[in-house]
Design a protein around this ligand. Structure first.
Ligand code: PMP
Length: 495
């Protein structure tokens, strides 16, 4: 496909179908459809494009009109991409319980995110989206009822599958449901063109809505009246909301579901991890859950069966969730052993880093004069020696901004300090004169305060304010409930 595409939306769909080699049981052909190959890395890119284009075609969405939707993230991320390309403002409502990285990605793509209380669950975010749409005349996508969400899977996902497996080659199609768009649209075309394919639907074992047989109460527009009585909070973000979506129920009523597979949340996590470790496939929690279901189906299937399992998104979207709970930020003992197995560049002995370079480093007179001058500049009493990319430096910058303190940041890795390694020479001076090898280093009116943690500690123990005052700087009072530590890198306080 070496061609210039008109815009990023042309890359949606046509996701690869990949054989599972080490995790598949003997004699079973297990395949996964990797929806993370979509431009925003999830299956929902498909419906984002199709719902917006259907609304454009019907006139329900006018140029420049705001789009609003309730979403657990992937739908919003897909919509944010589509709206960015097409120029629609986008507002998303999301329960506060969904992962932080989702909110951040959405905002990065220009969407505005309105959080709703976690205890009001999926229904709360839907009600908020509805209220906003009605009050402001915005276009509400309604992914749970919108037929375009299912249609796109009939016209794309299912066709991609049929192209690979032919009319009779696929024995089982295994999926979960969030809205049921994938389920309804794909199963419709498969049942028509490959009637022999069995449709297997996974849902959390502790929150069996389909498995309960209890009907969902609905409003006339198909939206749920209330939470389903069998709903319980579960680990599989993006799966099974607290109601049975209309698109899902349509599939049940059409008699297209051949089996329901209850999935243990911990098994879903385990399968997502195994997929990564043994197949090199990076999938989210719902993908792990679907694979758990497919492995269960494989146990019952006759030898030679072809099973296709949907993997809706990428594991990268779950860094702050239980999926990554077992992954440390610090070096493990095993990694430390590797580090210690050679003499140089060791993490635990800072001074052993780059031994030759160190010996060669002679103090540069200009750099020393610069440090002396810049730290005693009456015009700019607060000076920070920093690196542009350093997270701790950003924490200090944020805190200084919050305190309303002007400062001079000497960014040692910036273009201005690159010539003749001036930045490196300044660092060598700081090390020699103050015994510090790390950044940032903060000075107030010539006095060395220390690094980022020293700076935060000085704020906390009250020693910072008089120093600033002596330098003629007034610190703004912080709000009562403000925790300065919240500005430090997130991974620090996750430990
Ligand atoms: N997994 C994840 C992570 C999702 O975000 C979604 C969509 N909410 C699904 C699975 C289910 O897809 P569908 O809405 O098409 O049922």
């Amino acid at each position: 496909m070496n061609q210039i595409l008109p815009n990023i939306l042309s890359t949606i769909g046509n996701t690869p179908i990949v054989r599972i080699n080490r995790l598949a049981p003997e004699g079973i052909n297990l395949f996964v459809k990797c929806e993370s190959f979509n431009p925003m890395a999830s299956v929902k890119d498909r419906m984002a494009l199709s719902t917006i284009e259907a609304a454009e075609a019907s006139g329900a969405l006018q140029p420049g009109q705001t789009v609003v939707e309730a979403t657990s993230g992937n739908t919003g991320i897909g919509l944010a991409m589509v709206c960015a390309v097409k120029g629609y403002p986008l507002v998303l409502t999301m329960a506060e319980s969904f992962s932080i990285e989702r909110r951040k990605i959405l905002r990065f793509l220009g969407a505005r995110v309105v959080l709703t209380p976690a205890e009001l669950k999926g229904s709360g975010m839907l009600a908020k989206a509805e209220e906003l749409a009605q009050t402001h005349g915005w276009f509400l996508v309604r992914q749970f009822e919108n037929e375009a969400n299912a249609d796109v899977h009939t016209h794309t996902t299912a066709m991609e599958i049929l192209e690979v497996f032919g009319e009779d080659g696929l024995d089982y199609f295994v999926t979960g449901f969030g809205t049921g768009g994938t389920l309804k649209g794909t199963s419709r075309a498969l049942k028509e063109r490959s009637p022999h394919t069995k449709i297997m639907v996974c849902e959390p074992d502790n929150s069996q809505l389909l498995g309960s047989g209890i009907a969902q109460e609905r409003n006339p527009d198909g939206s749920p009246k209330d939470s389903h009585p069998n709903f319980r909070p579960h680990l599989m973000q993006g799966w099974s909301p607290d109601f049975i979506p209309k698109l899902t129920e349509d599939t049940v009523n059409a008699g297209r579901i051949d089996g329901i597979v209850p999935i243990d949340g911990n098994e879903a996590l385990r399968c997502a991890r195994e997929l990564a470790l043994r197949e090199g496939i990076f999938s989210g929690t719902s993908g792990g859950g679907t694979l758990a279901g497919a492995l269960e189906v494989a146990q019952q299937a006759t030898p030679g069966s072809n099973i296709l399992c949907m993997l809706p998104d990428t594991g990268e979207r779950y860094l702050s969730t239980p999926l990554f709970e077992h992954i440390p930020a610090e070096m493990t003992e095993d990694e430390m052993d590797i580090s210690r197995s050679t003499p140089g560049y060791r993490f635990d002995i800072r001074s052993a880093a780059a031994p030759e370079a160190e010996e060669a480093a002679e103090l540069d007179a200009d750099a020393a004069a610069f440090v002396e001058q810049v730290t005693h500049d009456a015009e700019q009493p607060v000076v920070m020696f920093a690196l542009e990319w350093c997270e701790f430096c950003w924490s200090v910058r944020k805190l200084l901004k919050k305190l309303g303190i002007p400062y001079h940041s000497v960014d040692l890795d910036s273009v201005a300090y690159q010539e003749n390694d001036r930045g490196g020479k300044i660092r060598a001076v700081l090390k020699e004169q103050y015994g510090v090898a790390t950044v940032p280093q903060i000075f107030v009116a010539g006095e060395h305060l220390g690094g980022a943690t020293d700076f935060f500690a000085a704020l906390k123990d009250g020693s910072l304010e008089p120093k600033m005052a002596a330098a003629g700087l007034d610190m703004q009072t912080l709000e009562e409930d403000f925790e300065p530590e919240s500005l430090l890198p997130g991974w620090l306080h996750q430990r």
